[in-house]
Write a protein that binds this ligand. Structure first.
Ligand code: UDP
Length: 327
């Protein structure tokens, strides 16, 4: 069976990717330093504990498994933290990825699927964000991801490395079978914080900014179900294995929801109110991030059928209430 090296396979999106890779007939080999991931989320293939900066360890893992491709999820991903500690983001995300890309190229593993982000576009309110939109990141998270995209382009010229770059909008939800789900420590994302608040684990949710230029004053995001997102990665892997070459795809639905709308939907799904308070804006937040492209649908045949707020909040809620959530 063919192996795929999954960095960050112990994390939220990576663990879901391992599940769908296994279902697609691959052996997902997780490479993770467990700094933010969880060993018990690695359920679908072997775990190789290691750091992206450890080139010798990476070389050994490439030699052991001879993977046909890399899926690179491992990264720090919190906007607020990136504003406070930019060096941490540049070092881990850019330097770590560079070490991985060099190791992959040296091993002749030339199919590379990369987790990028719509944060590379920055704040372009009123502009349709498609893959050719200008990239003007507002924070070190988005800027470090954009830099890695550029590194991949350079390694195509030098080594023939082919990459599928996915720019994620807001990933939410969980495996409907609740084998894996979202668990960050500390948690900073809207939907899991909201569910924690409903369950009484936090006193109140704070809405970060109510004076934005949007219909209800709160930020608008394009939410994608994590299972739809990782299905796109399997399609991206197939794209590369079929020799179709490097390509960038937005992964969003084209539909945006405000923070208040997300709160309202959660009331409908859980039948419980979310205690919340209105707070100041969070530095680094864009007003509106909504994908304006259907490239993934037209070219990859991607169908984000689960990406309704009902399904995302419902599946996240089921995961929260399964025994697996607490760690
Ligand atoms: N948000 C909020 N309160 C929270 C966490 C998030 O109002 O406690 C807002 C945040 O300002 C943004 C949206 O919810 O507009 C989604 O934020 P999240 O951190 O989930 O994802 P991001 O857009 O930063 O990737």
């Amino acid at each position: 069976m063919e192996h795929v090296l999954v960095t960050g396979g112990a994390g939220y999106i990576g663990s879901h990717a391992c599940k769908v890779l296994k279902a697609a007939g691959y052996v997902p080999v997780t490479y993770d330093n467990l700094s933010t991931g969880w060993a018990d989320a690695v359920k679908f293939g072997p775990l190789e504990q290691g750091d992206l900066a450890d080139r010798a360890r990476l070389d050994a893992v490439f030699a052991t498994y001879a993977p046909v491709a890399v899926m690179h999820f491992a990264a720090f991903s919190q906007v607020g933290e990136a504003m406070r500690e930019p060096g941490k983001y540049w070092r881990n995300n850019l330097c770590g990825s560079l070490s991985l890309i060099e190791a992959a190229a040296a091993a002749g593993c030339l199919n590379f699927v990369f987790s990028s982000t719509c944060a590379t576009y920055g704040d372009q309110d009123g502009v349709v964000l498609d893959e050719d939109s200008a990239q003007m990141p507002l924070n070190a998270y988005g800027a470090s991801k954009r830099a890695i995209e550029n590194v991949l382009t350079d390694f195509e010229a030098s080594d023939g490395l082919k990459s599928v770059i996915f720019r994620y909008f807001n990933v939410a939800g969980a495996d409907p079978e609740a084998e894996v789900g979202e668990f960050h420590q500390p948690e900073t994302h809207l939907i899991p914080l909201m569910l924690d608040t409903i369950e009484g684990k936090r006193p109140a949710l704070t809405i970060f900014g109510t004076d934005y230029d949007t219909p209800d004053g709160t930020c608008i995001r394009d939410y994608v179900h994590v299972m739809d997102l990782v299905e796109a990665h399997v399609l991206g892997l197939k794209w590369l294995m079929d020799g179709k070459g490097s390509r960038v795809f937005n992964l969003g639905t084209g539909k945006g929801f405000s923070v208040r709308e997300v709160i309202e939907h959660s009331r409908a799904v859980t039948n419980m109110a979310v205690p919340y308070e209105e707070g100041p804006r969070r530095p680094g937040d864009a007003v509106r991030l909504v994908s304006g492209s259907e490239r993934a649908e037209t070219e990859l045949g991607w169908r984000p059928a689960r990406s309704t707020l009902e399904a995302m909040i419902g599946d996240a809620w089921r995961w929260h209430r399964s025994g697996h959530y607490e760690r």
